[in-house]
Design a protein around this ligand. Structure first.
Ligand code: FAD
Ligand code: UDP
Length: 370
């Protein structure tokens, strides 16, 4: 079989699609394959009567990277959606991220000075912790007793399926604390949802490029290898190397989608359920991402679950065992100059969409100067 492509790109997710776009625009011939029936990877949306359903979990684009924002805006326009999730704890609703609205509901304080004083009082027993050894210590040091007990402990333990004392501290550093009445979950200057949905972004990135869905690289590896000079692999790196150094662990999720014949179910796109006795972590109401006015609605309950091979791998588990294995895979990958590994599965990293686009642009840039 003669080589007919410059690049075979395994995976039509955001990484594969961005890389393919860059190469295509620079005159390289690309073939993109994906084992799923659709392109877009985890940002894919299913259309349910005009509502774009985020099939693989709610996706909100946010970034502080000016060049990434300009790049994606070449392909789609973004609406002015601002993520402002609510936390439901035992039937009471609180605003997230932690801000004056949250403290007011929680402690009855009205001013930033009152809130800071209350938070200091709550944190006082934990301020001696200089190097938090785990997520529980980190959360108590940052937010004190009430915030940890109501918003973090039970949510985190159901999300990750283990005690908060066994989780790394860095997971919780993602949660911002604010002393203004501002429910914007993200600190980034740019945020929104593509007008017309995420599929428009992927379709524009892949415009003019040969794509084959329902095509698993591992079904015919030798054949696919023979098609191109180089391979960009965006699937699971441990699978690529036949689990030579063992499996990398993941946390998985199960999404339960439901169409309801009512205009509005919860009045907000994202409501977290923070108590342990509710088995799901959040309910997403998709129409609110795009200010939908349909007479029906679609909601999704998100259930965390253990990962077994064959299920969707969602969150990497960044413990020592996995980091050690990943190091071995990375060294192994470096010895294959004609295969490049990119994206959240091949790099075994929690990448937001802007990180993914940035990483793909970086790799494409390197390829183009070689
Ligand atoms: P993927 O989207 O996973 O694409 C990889 C593709 O490779 C898949 O389509 C897969 O089918 C294909 N593939 C794998 N193996 C093979 C094979 N053997 N043969 C052929 N094809 C194969 N980011 C944000 O910025 N904001 C958010 O709000 C946000 N929310 C998220 C919520 C959840 C629940 C999760 C898990 C992630 C979220 N992210 C969010 C991160 C975002 O999903 C990623 O940054 C992005 O989708 C990664 O793109 P990717 O191309 O690397 O991976
Ligand atoms: N988290 C929490 N309570 C919440 C929301 C988040 O304790 O109401 C913790 C939890 O440990 C989670 C982490 O913060 O894993 C990051 O959550 P976020 O919603 O920012 O990220 P996502 O789960 O969407 O990747």
């Amino acid at each position: 079989m003669s080589i007919s492509f410059d690049y075979l790109i395994v995976g039509a997710g955001l990484f594969g699609a961005t890389f393919a776009r860059e190469m295509h625009e620079n005159g390289k011939k690309c073939l993109v394959i994906d084992k799923r029936a659709h392109t877009g990877g985890n940002i894919y949306c299913r259309d349910e009567g005009g509502i774009h359903v985020h099939e693989y979990g709610a996706h909100i684009f946010h970034t502080d990277k000016e060049h990434v924002w300009q790049y994606v805006n070449r392909f789609v326009r973004f609406n002015h959606y601002i993520n402002s999730p609510l936390a439901n704890y035992k039937g009471r609703l609180y605003n997230l991220p932690f801000n004056m609205n949250t403290y007011n509901k929680l402690w009855g304080v009205n001013t930033p000075a009152e809130a800071k004083a209350k938070l200091e009082e709550q944190r006082k027993p934990y301020l001696h912790i200089t190097e938090p050894a785990n997520l529980e210590e980190q959360a108590l040091k940052l937010g004190g007793e009430d915030i940890y007990r109501i918003f973090i402990k039970e949510y985190t333990e159901k999300q990750w399926g283990c005690p908060a004392t066994e989780l790394p501290a860095f997971i919780i550093r993602r949660l911002p604390f604010r002393f203004v009445y501002d429910n914007n979950y993200f600190n980034d200057p740019y945020q929104g949802i593509p007008i017309g949905g995420y599929n428009l972004l992927t379709d524009s990135l892949l415009d003019g490029i040969e794509v084959k869905c329902n095509t698993d690289y591992f079904d015919n590896r030798e054949y696919f290898d023979s098609l191109a000079d180089k391979i960009i692999f965006t699937g699971c790196i441990d699978e690529f190397f036949n689990y030579e150094f063992g499996h990398l662990d993941y946390r998985s999720l199960r999404f339960e989608h439901e169409r309801l014949e009512m205009e509005d179910f919860q009045g907000n796109a994202v409501v977290n359920y923070n108590e342990a006795s509710v088995p799901f972590t959040r309910i997403i109401e998709h129409k609110h991402f795009e200010f939908g006015k349909q007479s029906h609605t679609v909601i999704t309950r998100e259930y965390p679950q253990a990962y077994e091979p064959g299920q969707e791998p969602y969150y990497p588990i960044n413990n020592e065992k996995n980091m050690e294995r990943m190091k071995l895979y990375r060294e192994r990958a470096a010895r294959l100059p004609d295969v490049l590994f990119g994206g959240r599965l091949a790099q075994y990293a929690y990448f937001d969409m802007d990180d993914t686009v940035e990483a793909a642009l970086l790799l494409a840039g390197k390829e183009l100067v070689v």
